[in-house]
Unconditional design. Structure first.
Length: 660
């Protein structure tokens, strides 16, 4: 933000000395309100940044955890494949199966598998027949197979390769387990046994899931899966002491993030957790499994940082107001400038461009909508929100055609969207007369609008600015005034818009607004041809419209043209022409309404320049905290180790909560 302009020290000091006590207090109060407003704006903008940082952090941590679990599953399957096909172990298994009474071979296998269990941290290893009968178990505790494990053995036999099981609770040892089954084949390739590796998730998986790369009192990672009409929590929870696989939540509780995950939602989600606490969550599925990962943090933790920021901001603003009251206007301005520089220097250019665009866009009295090159909405000002019935946050990213719905007032047929035409033709496009805007609640507004393309430095269209206004009140006033000749004359003479009655030979009767607009008196205007006050580049357009009116192709027209002021300056105007005909259909004269849109054109041009400036600043803003960069590199390293392509993180793109 630019610093506030100030006079030289001596002049300002002399001016403040001359101020009366009442005027001085009024000045101090005014500037104090400015400081307070700046503090509020800063607090709100930084609060949004804090929320965005948490969203990015959750996304990166979730990606890291998914990559770790995928790698862990891949390593376990590799172990199962190795131990079921290792020649040294496999031959011993084949020999023992051929002679089950050979206790020496059995003890040798027992020792080999016991070594694997101890070194790898497994809970147990079984050799079972293809029908599920246990032939050998390393650990006699919990040596029975659950029904789920029997089905896993059948799957491994059918697949002919290792198969990863799901979480189960063994009825004997009463703790969560995960089984892997790998077929053991003879020299002919026939499965003669199945190696079952039983994993205790407490040994590594649970601690890996709960470990966090950042310090957070509420952040945690959950594994869940669907179990009938409920969500089953698979791991230990940070905020509850219940054993794993004992907590269930019905699918009807759709506000819970875990429920949304098993119902298919992925990405950012704002809801509640298993404690009914409001949370911000990142929901991700684990490839190759039925598991859903929910990485979450309490909103209270996010808001705690915002509250601290609010206290700090309040203290700074209070100090600035106090110093302003003590030191006077000169020191107040200096203090305000330094405060703004300290608060906003790091993001000054970017925030300045955003603020200028917002001020320009939201201060325009007409409805304004901007889109990208695909016709998706990027911004809406309050007037546009009121007329369409959509808020800016709701409409952002949606196609304009789904928000800005327009029809012909007479035929009720859908009217071509001016934004699409402007993008297609690369020119300014206006709506025809009798166009209605259908609001979200079904309210109909007669409107007039135009769409102008936005070009980048290379001349490529990067979006469109759509400007429109509600003509309801204008039509009502015109309808009432046109009920009688007196009302018509009053409307004509006192209209804020330029109006004239023009015959084919020249201007017959201009109103005062039209004369004032072009800098001529009424008498002078009556002696001037319309060609003399029309910009040379727009004369051909005027002739074209006049010919269509004269031929009866249309009775009225609305277009944009440029007039020449008496002093030579150019006046941009929105012109509406109505042809009045006699009983034979010949034109008697034209009623022309001229609306000066010069300032609006300037505002559109300024908005275009500022949008381009913002695009340029976004394109060069690449900085991110070392913590997020480190997480991104770690994610890509794990993905590469898992045999997956690295993932690109666009840190300038706001996180999306749309299902992926």
């Amino acid at each position: 933000m630019d610093s506030l302009p100030s006079d030289p020290v001596r002049q300002k000091h002399e001016r403040f000395r001359q101020l009366s006590s009442k005027g001085f207090i009024a000045l101090i109060c005014t500037i104090s309100l400015v400081i307070i407003g700046a503090g509020i704006w800063f607090y709100q903008s930084r609060s949004r940044v804090i929320r965005a940082d948490h969203q990015e952090e959750l996304q990166l941590i979730a990606s890291l955890k998914v990559a770790q679990i995928v790698q862990w599953r891949k390593e376990r399957l590799t172990d199962a494949r190795h131990y079921s096909t290792s020649p040294m172990i496999n031959l011993a298994v084949l020999d023992w199966l051929a002679d089950p009474s050979n206790t020496t071979l059995k003890e040798k296998l027992q020792v080999q598998y016991q070594t694997i269990v101890s070194s790898e941290g497994y809970q147990n290893i079984f050799i079972v027949e293809p029908n599920g009968k246990v032939l050998l178990a390393v650990n006699p505790i919990g040596d029975t197979l659950d029904p789920d494990t029997h089905r896993l053995v059948e799957s491994a036999v059918l697949a002919g390769e290792p198969v990863f099981g799901d979480f189960i609770v063994n009825n004997e040892i009463k703790k969560p387990l995960i089984d892997l089954a790998a077929p053991v084949k003879n020299l002919d390739g026939r499965t003669i046994a199945v190696l079952v590796i039983r994993i205790d998730p407490n040994q590594y998986l649970y601690s890996m899931i709960q470990s966090m790369p950042t310090k957070s009192p509420t952040m945690e990672t959950l594994l869940v899966r669907r179990d009938g009409d409920e969500v089953l929590f698979l791991n230990t929870l940070r905020h509850r002491s219940d054993p794993p696989l004992t907590i269930r939540i019905p699918l009807s509780n759709t506000r819970v993030a875990a429920v949304q995950g098993v119902l298919g939602y992925q990405g950012q989600y704002l809801g509640i957790d298993y404690r009914n606490e409001p949370i911000l969550a990142e929901i991700t599925s684990i490839p190759g499994s039925s598991w859903i990962m929910v990485t979450k943090v309490d909103l209270k933790e996010i808001d705690a940082g915002t509250n601290s920021l609010g206290i700090a901001t309040l203290l700074v603003v209070s100090l600035a107001v106090l110093m302003t009251a003590i030191l006077g206007a000169y020191y107040m301005n200096l203090r305000q400038r330094r405060l703004f520089q300290n608060l906003f220097e790091a993001e000054r250019k970017q925030n300045e461009a955003q603020e200028e665009i917002r001020m320009t866009l939201y201060s325009i009295g007409d409805g304004v909508i901007t889109t990208d090159a695909e016709g998706n909405i990027t911004r809406m000002n309050p007037v546009a929100e009121k007329l369409t019935g959509w808020s800016e946050n709701e409409a952002r990213g949606k196609p304009l055609t789904s928000i800005f719905q327009i029809i012909n007032e007479v035929t009720r047929a859908t009217v071509d969207n001016p934004v699409s035409q402007s993008i297609r033709e690369g020119t300014i496009v206006g709506l025809a007369n009798h166009t209605l805007l259908i609001s979200r609640d079904g309210t109909e507004y007669p409107i007039a609008d135009s769409g102008a393309p936005i070009f980048d430095q290379s001349g490529r269209i990067i979006g469109v600015v759509l400007v429109f206004r509600n003509q309801t009140e204008e039509r009502r006033r015109e309808s009432e005034l046109l009920e009688s000749e007196e009302k018509f004359k009053f409307l004509f003479e006192h209209s804020i818009f330029g109006k004239s009655i023009t015959a084919p030979s020249g201007i017959v009767n201009p109103n005062l607004a039209f004369c004032k607009m072009l800098g001529y008196s009424k008498e002078e205007m009556k002696t001037i041809r319309w060609q003399d006050i029309t910009h040379p580049d727009d004369i051909a357009l005027s002739y074209q419209i006049t010919e269509k009116l004269a031929s009866g192709e249309m009775d009225s027209a609305r277009f944009i043209k440029r007039y020449l002021h008496r002093n030579g300056s150019v006046i941009w105007a929105e012109v509406s022409v109505l042809a009045r005909r006699n009983s034979e259909g010949k034109i008697i004269d034209y009623l022309t309404t001229v609306n000066d849109i010069t300032e609006r054109k300037k505002a559109e041009s300024q908005l275009h320049d500022q949008l381009e400036e913002l695009r340029r600043w976004y394109s060069i803003t690449l900085g991110r905290e070392e913590r997020i960069l480190s997480l991104k590199n770690e994610v890509n390293a794990l993905l590469q180790a898992a045999g997956q392509p690295p993932r690109y993180f666009d840190l300038n793109e706001p996180p999306s909560g749309n299902p992926s």
